[in-house]
Design a binder for this molecule. Structure first.
Ligand code: UDP
Length: 573
């Protein structure tokens, strides 16, 4: 469907935009078209060029507009929603520090509220909070422990989200050595608990070795750094596995791998990441993301690397400009973010691009393509960032960073690439999210009470028409079955290319995540889908594989287990 002025926006994209992105007046009437939204964002972000005398802001505005309205590049949702408005908070990702004191905990809670209100998601490490039953000197009372404080953050999120356009998402992290670790691991076991949190255990190499060898490891009280007791690492790891098998949480964050790849070790140690774990950050850092739509980078059945290079250049310029005009919700976040100027450029539509290239997702060819693309994106993104650094100044923590040590003269951003989930912006771009496989080739969407709409993936529809097996009856049958794998009319090669998330074996999901991680500065958002009949042993194998392949974290989703889906809203009609 085309909206005004030939902007090619799909029906679902238009609905999402109307519901939550386009500006409204006080009575709730929409006062903006998608085209005007892209103009508002381009103008506001290009405006940062005026702070420097190196570019023509008007030309930049046109360049940004072309990339966005052509659905070649989209920034994260807060930028689309807020740029050029009085809120002007443009980042999706934050990490807030929680100190072990009532003052510290409730300060963090307030910071979370301010961030959620402006459309961002927050990650916290709860590891510094003293364990349950520990002493509280001032009152001679007993401490209640990190998990009970998490519940307060959860309730506050629930209340605040009523007022926002985007639901507040949180990541709660606990170090594997914290005495309350078992309570934390199992904290989401029951339905309806901590629904606004994803939770992850931060595990280090020493623990992983102990787990594999079934050895004991130490639990430490963070208040006085005293050894509390020992647990069997193998058993604790099995508890993580069994709970994740049951409900999808907790995920794991491989904290040593994250810090080995920390580009600014001179600035501190990373302890936490944002809600979907694709963006590890130092305390009080924020990061703005943006993603390139790979389906727009295919020309005559091949990847158009010239075009990709030019969109990468535009995107890095855009994301760096965002930092200059961003209205940070907390002054400490502003100070810390400006020291490192992290940006996270990623991709979306990877699975659809593979289909266009006729490459099956679960193939060596797909892994090679993933690596080739991401290496290219990161290489060119760094090149632009180095050039911007030369013109506009390096990020202040440059000295002592890995770039400095590797002979770079300048660098504008401490990190340049991240693979975001792109939960909503992929709907706006009308493509598959991030690096995930197809969700379905055909499905029935509940539009309104009783009304149902048949939706067929656009690439599948055109293939079906070209191959002569398209009929509405067949598409409905596929939607009901949820798969094309047992349909006789469809050839084997088409079945191979149009495999959906649950038809791809879990190991291939991990391999794909690892292939991208090799060339990404930050981390990769990826859900590893497992069939409903997968065993806890299968989950364990996947988690160990992710560690071995140097992923920075891992999240599993067993079909039908009760994992809360963060982006449910986006997928509803
Ligand atoms: N996020 C959030 N609330 C949401 C969705 C996302 O706070 O409802 C944050 C969260 O930190 C997440 C990040 O935005 O990791 C990026 O998510 P995604 O790429 O799905 O966002 P999009 O830009 O597509 O809306």
């Amino acid at each position: 469907m085309k909206s005004k002025n030939d902007l090619k926006i799909s029906f679902n994209a238009l609905k999402v935009l109307q519901k939550r992105y386009l500006l409204k007046d006080e009575d709730g009437n929409i006062i903006e078209t998608p085209e005007k939204m892209f103009k508002r964002v381009s103008k506001a972000v290009a405006g940062a060029d005026n702070l420097y005398n190196d570019t023509d802001a008007y030309k930049t505005e046109k360049k940004f507009y072309r990339a966005m309205s052509g659905l070649e590049f989209l920034p994260n949702s807060p930028t689309l929603m807020n740029a050029g408005t009085p809120i002007n908070q443009l980042s999706a990702c934050f990490v807030i520090y929680i100190e072990d004191s009532i003052n510290g905990i409730f300060n963090a809670l307030k910071h979370m509220a301010l961030i959620h209100k402006s459309g961002g998601g927050v990650g916290f490490s709860f590891s510094k909070i003293r364990p349950k039953g520990d002493v509280v000197k001032s009152t001679k009372g007993v401490a209640s422990g990190p998990t009970s404080f998490m519940k307060i953050f959860d309730v506050a999120t629930e209340v605040i989200k009523q007022g926002g356009r985007r639901r507040g998402a949180n990541m709660g992290i606990l170090d594997i050595r914290h005495p309350d670790i078992i309570e934390f691991i199992t904290s989401k076991e029951h339905e309806g608990v901590l629904t606004n949190f994803n939770i992850s255990t931060a595990v280090d190499d020493e623990f992983m070795n102990a787990a594999v060898n079934n050895e004991e490891y130490d639990l430490i009280n963070p208040r006085n750094v005293k050894h509390v007791k020992k647990l069997n690492a193998g058993k604790v790891f099995d508890t993580i596995v069994n709970t994740a098998w049951k409900c999808g949480d907790p995920g794991i964050i491989f904290i040593d791998e994250i810090n080995r790849k920390n580009t600014i070790p001179n600035a501190g140690i990373i302890e936490a990441s944002n809600p979907c774990a694709e963006q590890p950050l130092l305390n009080y850092e924020s990061c703005n993301l943006g993603s390139i739509n790979l389906t727009k980078m295919v020309k005559s059945g091949k990847i158009d690397f010239n075009k990709l290079k030019s969109v990468v250049e535009t995107a890095v310029h855009f994301l760096d400009n965002v930092i200059d005009i961003n209205n940070f919700p907390i002054s400490k976040v502003e100070t810390e973010t400006l020291k490192n100027r992290k940006i996270g450029l990623g991709i979306m539509g990877f699975a659809e691009m593979l289909i266009m290239l006729e490459i099956p997702y679960d193939s060596q060819d797909a892994l090679d393509t993933a690596e080739k693309i991401m290496k290219f994106v990161t290489y060119h993104a760094r090149k632009v960032s180095a050039e911007l650094g030369r013109l506009r100044g390096s990020f202040p923590n440059f000295k002592g960073s890995i770039y400095d040590k590797n002979g770079f003269q300048a660098m504008r951003n401490a990190t340049v690439t991240t693979i975001a989930p792109t939960g909503t912006i992929s709907i706006i771009a009308d493509t598959t999210s991030g690096i995930e496989p197809l969700f379905a080739v055909s499905f029935i969407r509940d539009v309104m009470e009783g009304e149902k709409l048949l939706e067929v993936n656009k690439l599948f529809e055109s293939t079906a028409k070209k191959e002569g097996f398209y009929s509405k009856e067949l598409m409905t049958e596929i939607a009901k079955k949820g798969s094309i794998q047992n349909i006789d009319e469809i050839s084997g090669s088409i079945k191979r290319i149009f495999q959906t998330a649950h038809e791809i074996s879990p190991k291939w999901h991990v391999k794909m995540q690892a292939a991208f991680q090799k060339h990404v500065d930050n981390a990769v958002s990826k859900t590893v889908n497992l069939p409903n009949n997968a065993s806890p042993e299968d989950v364990k194998e996947i988690m160990l594989m992710a560690y071995k392949l140097k992923c920075k974290g891992i999240t599993v989703y067993r079909y039908g287990s009760k994992k809360q889906v963060l982006y449910l809203n986006s997928y509803q009609g």
